[in-house]
Design a binder for this molecule. Structure first.
Ligand SMILES: [Zn+2]
Length: 294
C-alpha cells in the first residue's frame, strides 16, 4: 500500500493470548466476548502486527513483536504463535534482510511490542535482530521501562535494555517528533508513560499505527480501555481527539492486536464513531482469517 512517499506493509509476527478482562477494563465480558470469544482460561487471541515503511532511502519498522525468545513456561502462559521467522521471516519474504532495516520506531517498550528487537541465536544468547537500526522511542518510555513499578514490571523484559544500550543506536525523543519526511510520532501517555502512535502521510492519505491507544477495532468504543492503562482518562481524551480527526479526514487506522481486522477507516452511526469497512493491507485474506488460521 502506498501512503504519501512511503510504501507500507503490515507484517504479522503471529499471535498470543491475554486475559480478556484485562484487555477491556470495566467493560463486562458479556459485551466484549461477542467480538473476542475467550478460551477456557478466559484468554483472547491478540495479533502481533508490525509495520514496514520503505522510502526516502530508508526501511523503517514500527514495533517488532515478541521474537523467538520464549521458554516453555512463557510459551504456555502466553500461547505465543509465531509465523515462520516472525518479523524477520516476513521481511525475508519481501526480499529484505534484517540488516537493511535503518530505523525501528518503538511505540512503547512492553514486551509484546518490542521484545523482538532481540532474538535468541543458536547458542541461546540474545542478540540484536536489526543490528544497524536506529531505535526511536520517547525518553519517558525509556525511563519508565528501566524502572517500572511493581504493578507493571511484568510488561517489560528488563534485562534487554542493557543489551540495547550496548549494541544499538538509541534516539530518545521529547514529545511529538518528525521521524522522516511524512512520518511523525504523537505522544499519548495514558497506556504507559511515553507511548507514541505513528502517523504516516498527510490529509486523507494518512495512516495511523494506533499501538495500544486503540489495540483492536473493539477499542474504538470510548469506554473500551485496557485495565493495564496507567491513566485511563488520558487514554479516553487522546482517543476522542484521534477519532474525531480520523473521521473528519478519512484516515486509515491500523490495529496492532486485532486478530480479525488489521485496518479500517471510520464511519459515524447514531452519533458514535464506528469501524467502517475493513481494509486489507498487502496480505489480503490472511489478516482477515487470522483467528481461524491460528
Ligand atoms: Zn502495551
Amino acid at each position: 500500500m502506498r501512503v504519501g512517499q512511503w510504501q507500507a506493509w503490515s507484517l504479522l509476527e503471529g499471535s498470543f493470548l491475554l486475559d480478556g478482562g484485562s484487555m477491556f477494563g470495566i467493560v463486562p465480558q458479556s459485551l466484549w466476548a461477542r467480538a473476542h470469544p475467550p478460551d477456557e482460561k478466559n484468554r483472547i487471541v491478540m495479533a502481533l502486527r508490525a509495520m514496514l515503511l520503505v522510502g526516502e532511502g530508508r526501511k523503517i519498522l514500527i514495533d517488532c513483536g515478541i521474537g523467538n525468545r520464549f521458554d516453555e513456561k512463557q510459551q504456555a502462559i502466553y500461547g505465543h504463535r509465531r509465523r515462520p521467522g516472525g518479523v524477520t521471516g516476513a521481511l525475508a519474504r519481501l526480499g529484505i534482510g534484517a540488516d537493511e532495516i535503518t530505523d525501528v520506531v518503538a511505540t512503547h517498550l512492553h514486551f509484546d511490542h518490542m521484545a523482538g528487537l532481540l532474538n535468541r541465536d543458536e547458542a541461546g544468547a540474545l542478540v540484536p535482530a536489526f543490528a544497524r537500526a536506529t531505535v526511536h522511542m520517547q525518553q519517558a518510555s525509556w525511563d519508565w521501562a528501566r524502572s517500572p513499578s511493581s504493578w507493571d514490571q511484568g510488561s517489560f523484559f528488563g534485562g534487554d535494555f542493557e543489551i540495547w544500550e550496548r549494541h544499538l543506536r538509541l534516539r530518545l525523543l521529547a514529545g511529538d517528533t518528525v521521524i522522516a519526511p511524512g512520518i511523525r510520532v504523537r505522544e499519548t501517555s495514558g497506556h504507559t508513560p511515553g507511548m507514541q502512535i505513528v502517523l504516516i502521510g498527510e490529509g486523507a492519505d494518512t495512516l495511523v499505527f494506533c499501538a495500544d491507544l486503540i489495540p483492536t477495532a473493539a477499542h474504538l468504543r470510548l469506554p473500551y480501555i485496557m485495565a493495564y492503562d496507567h491513566q485511563p482518562l488520558t487514554t479516553l481524551e487522546d482517543k476522542k481527539v484521534l477519532l474525531a480527526q480520523a473521521l473528519e479526514e478519512n484516515w486509515l487506522l491500523v490495529f496492532e492486536h486485532d486478530p480479525v481486522m488489521a485496518a479500517c477507516r471510520l464511519a459515524e452511526k447514531k452519533g458514535k464513531v464506528v469501524a467502517g469497512e475493513a481494509v486489507c493491507i498487502n496480505l489480503p485474506g490472511r489478516h482477515k482469517h487470522l483467528r481461524a488460521e491460528l
